[in-house]
Design a protein around this ligand. Structure first.
Ligand code: MN3
Length: 210
């Protein structure tokens, strides 16, 4: 997913394509609102602050930066990793969910998942296991690595770009993503989350690689 800065070289909170209550089947409106307006906005603000005056990084798309963290000056590298990762991961997260989501993968992705994992159910079990075994805060991922579909998880706001892979589906398992409704019951959150996955968008990422 390409995320470019605006003409003032600032990253911006992307528009949410649906209301805070649109994902009620899985995520309550207060959680959506806080997650988007406070957590995500916070990552954007801190990323912009870290990049201030960094002429070598001005205008570079965020996905390029995250795939090449060695090129980021050491004094801001961890801030860019955490807050840039936070901006990228949440921007993706809002897109791969949507009202009327759920069901099974569509398009070329459907066949690719069956080929890589045996079946959609088998993929779903592997992805769920990645989400549930991620200790503490982090993300579960489906990404494309050298043309191969791979399930993984990362700590904090890290993501597969940092390992040279291209993420097409991500699940936020930080407690801030689910605590209001589910408290400590991460398995229930993950189970419900499948009902809001926007497979059309995931397939688009898979087929266009952009
Ligand atoms: Mn989050």
């Amino acid at each position: 997913m390409r995320i470019s800065p605006n003409s003032n070289s600032q990253f911006e909170l992307p528009k949410l394509g649906y209301g805070y209550d649109a994902l009620e089947a899985a995520i309550d409106a207060p959680t959506m609102e806080i997650h988007y307006t406070k957590h995500h906005q916070g990552y954007v603000d801190k990323l912009n602050a870290a990049l201030e005056g960094q002429t070598s990084l001005v205008g570079r798309p965020l996905d390029d930066i995250l795939g090449d963290l060695e090129s980021v000056p050491e004094e801001i590298r961890s801030s860019v990793r955490n807050n840039g990762g936070g901006h990228y991961n949440h921007s993706l997260f809002w897109q791969i969910m949507g009202p009327g989501g759920g069901g099974e993968p569509v398009g070329q992705l459907a066949g690719a998942i069956t080929q890589a994992f045996g079946s959609f159910d088998s993929f779903r079990r592997q992805f769920t296991a990645a989400a549930l075994t991620r200790f503490g805060s982090g993300w579960a991922w489906l990404s494309v690595n050298n043309g191969k579909l791979v399930v993984s998880s990362t700590p904090n706001q890290d993501n597969p770009l940092m390992e040279g892979a291209f993420p097409i589906l991500g699940l936020d398992v930080w407690e801030h993503a689910y605590y209001l409704r589910y408290q400590n019951k991460r398995p229930e959150y993950v189970e419900q989350w499948w009902s809001v996955v926007n497979w059309e968008y995931v397939n688009k990422l898979f087929t266009t690689n952009e």
